[in-house]
Every structure is written in structure tokens, then in C-alpha cells.
Design a binder for this molecule. Structure first.
Ligand SMILES: N[C@@H](CCC(=O)N[C@@H](CSS)C(=O)NCC(=O)O)C(=O)O
Length: 293
């Protein structure tokens, strides 16, 4: 289904620094106009909350599942998107959207999560007019389903959809070229990556897709994952190419590492998968449903 905020064609005018500054005459402080930012001079630009190039950005955290949710909004039009919301924190997210005076357009997921129920379904109820969005390849139900190469737009901003399968078949990464950032879901984690032992996981596919679709981005792009279990918030392409203990290995070594992770299954996998196949609207456990009332 073609929606107004999803650009199906790859031919589209994209705001650039020169077009933006010629309109506003305003360069945000600490934002580098040069395309590449040398490490050690400017350092990492990653921050949990900022407003830059007319974009509002918040990194939100769920302590229980260690999930990051991202709020991105266009300062001028107030159009906003939420990436990977968590059901238990949907009210927090809806309240923030309201307090900032935003118009929530999409509640989007990078994939069908196995460890928590997405907040998409509840947010659709809490913020009327918002629509759920996920990849076609996820085989999940949603208002809007996107394919690789398509663009999700909000205000003057856009996110390019890239296919990054391996953790699940339908995993996608959202790339915001104008901010030089990417939201990698569980495909790439900081100094790690998503597990590949269920949900059509494939270590070979993950290795190939992360290298071709994420680590091929320019070195200074900031990568925001869907989880971190050690308290880190963001990384860069450059760092992961240098320090990722799994993805810097050969493909054979990577496959071997992934086959021997020895991780326990996520505690909520049995409730999360069926619920997330309908973007969080199905079979909520009774106690959770009561709690959310
Ligand atoms: N203990 C947690 C689940 C932890 C886990 O398996 N995380 C996943 C992403 S959520 S499906 C993963 O891919 N981890 C990779 C890794 O190296 O940690 C729970 O019970 O929910």
C-alpha cells in the first residue's frame, strides 16, 4: 500500500547542507558541515538527545529488556516517528510526543522482536492517527509495509530502508543520510550483533548483510542499535570495523562464534513473537493487559 510518507521511488530531492543552510542561514553549533569527521578531532557525535539540522532526536531506554527506542521529529512540521517502542513504555513515549507537541506519524519496528512486545499497537491507540510500519519481509501485519530502497519520510527528513537479514529474515536498518546516522535494530549491536539461532536466523546472511549494508556506510556514520546490555549508547562504522569482536573475523570464524554463543532463549519469546507478528495487538498476557488499562 503506497502511503504519503513512504517514498517508493529512489528518485527524490534530499535536503543537503548547502540547501538547508541557504534556506535557514543557520548552521547548528557542533555540527560539522564537512562530509567526513575525522576521529580524534571532533570525536563521536553520539548523544541521547539533541536538535540538529531541524531534527529532534531522543534515545529512550527500557531497563527490563535493555531496548533502545528512538524518537525522531522534524522541528518545523512536528512530524515524528518512533523506532522500536516497547509496550510497557508506550505511555511514556506517548506522553513525550504530546509534551513536545509532535504529530506521531509512524510507530516503526526494525524487525519482529523476540524479547519484548512492541509498543506499536498500544501507541496507535494512545496517539490516534499514527500508523504501524515494518518490513514486508517480516511477514508481520502493519498499516505500512516497506521494502529495501524505500524511504520513510517525516517533515523534511527521510530514512532509507536497508535490508539487513540474519538475526531475522525481515530485519531492516533505517539510514538517515542527512544526519549521518543509522538505526540498526538487532543486526548490529555495539561490539556485537544479533543472535542467529531462531526466527529464521542465519549467521552467513547476517555477516553478509551487515558488511554490505551497514559497515559499507562512511566511517563517521553513527550507529544506534536496538539493544545494549553493557550501558553503551551508540557506536560508529569506523569503531565497529576496528573493534567488533565478531564481525571483524572471517565469515567462517564468525559462523563458528555464532554457533557457540550459548545464550538462553529470551524469557518473553513465547508471548512476544505472536504479538509482534501483529505489531503488538494480539494476545496480550492478561496481567499485562490489565496493567496497561
Ligand atoms: N536475556 C534477554 C535476551 C538477550 C538476547 O538474546 N538478546 C538478543 C536480542 S533480543 S532477541 C541478541 O541477539 N543478543 C545477542 C547477544 O550477543 O547478546 C531476555 O531474556 O530477554
Amino acid at each position: 500500500m503506497a502511503m504519503s510518507g513512504v517514498v517508493r521511488s529512489s528518485v527524490r530531492l534530499r535536503p543537503t547542507w548547502s540547501t538547508w543552510t541557504s534556506v535557514t542561514g543557520n548552521i547548528p553549533r557542533n555540527f560539522n558541515q564537512n562530509r567526513a569527521i575525522p576521529e580524534g578531532i571532533c570525536g563521536i557525535r553520539a548523544i541521547a538527545s539533541h536538535s540538529s539540522n531541524n531534527m529532534i532526536f531522543r534515545q529512550l531506554f527500557d531497563r527490563e529488556s535493555c531496548t533502545y527506542t528512538y524518537l525522531l521529529a522534524d522541528e518545523a512540521s512536528k512530524d515524528a516517528v518512533l523506532i522500536d517502542p516497547v509496550i510497557e513504555l508506550a505511555k511514556r513515549d506517548a506522553q513525550l510526543v504530546e509534551e513536545l507537541g509532535l504529530k506521531l506519524k509512524y510507530v516503526m519496528n526494525t524487525h519482529v522482536h523476540a524479547d519484548h512486545i512492541t509498543g506499536s499497537g498500544l501507541l496507535k491507540k494512545l496517539v490516534p492517527g499514527s500508523q504501524s510500519l515494518i518490513s514486508v519481509a517480516s511477514k508481520a501485519m502493519a498499516d505500512v509495509k516497506v521494502n529495501p530502497g524505500e524511504k520513510v519520510t517525516f517533515g523534511c527528513h527521510e530514512l532509507e530502508v536497508r535490508s539487513t537479514p540474519g538475526h531475522t529474515n525481515g530485519c531492516i536498518t533505517y539510514v538517515c543520510h542527512e544526519q549521518r546516522t543509522a538505526f540498526t535494530g538487532d543486526a548490529l549491536l555495539i561490539r556485537g550483533c544479533g543472535r542467529t539461532d531462531f526466527q529464521e536466523g542465519s549467521s552467513e546472511k547476517l555477516y553478509d548483510s551487515v558488511h554490505s549494508e551497514i559497515l559499507s556506510l562512511p566511517d563517521d556514520y553513527i550507529l544506534y542499535p536496538a539493544h545494549d546490555y553493557k550501558g553503551q549508547t551508540a557506536t560508529t562504522v569506523r569503531e565497529e570495523k576496528q573493534y567488533n569482536p565478531r564481525l571483524t573475523k572471517t565469515k567462517d570464524e564468525f559462523v563458528d562464534i555464532m554457533a557457540n554463543l550459548g545464550l538462553a532463549y529470551p524469557k518473553k519469546i513465547d508471548v512476544s513473537l505472536p504479538a509482534n507478528l501483529v505489531c503488538g495487538l494480539y494476545n496480550l498476557p492478561d496481567d499485562l493487559a490489565a496493567e496497561l488499562e
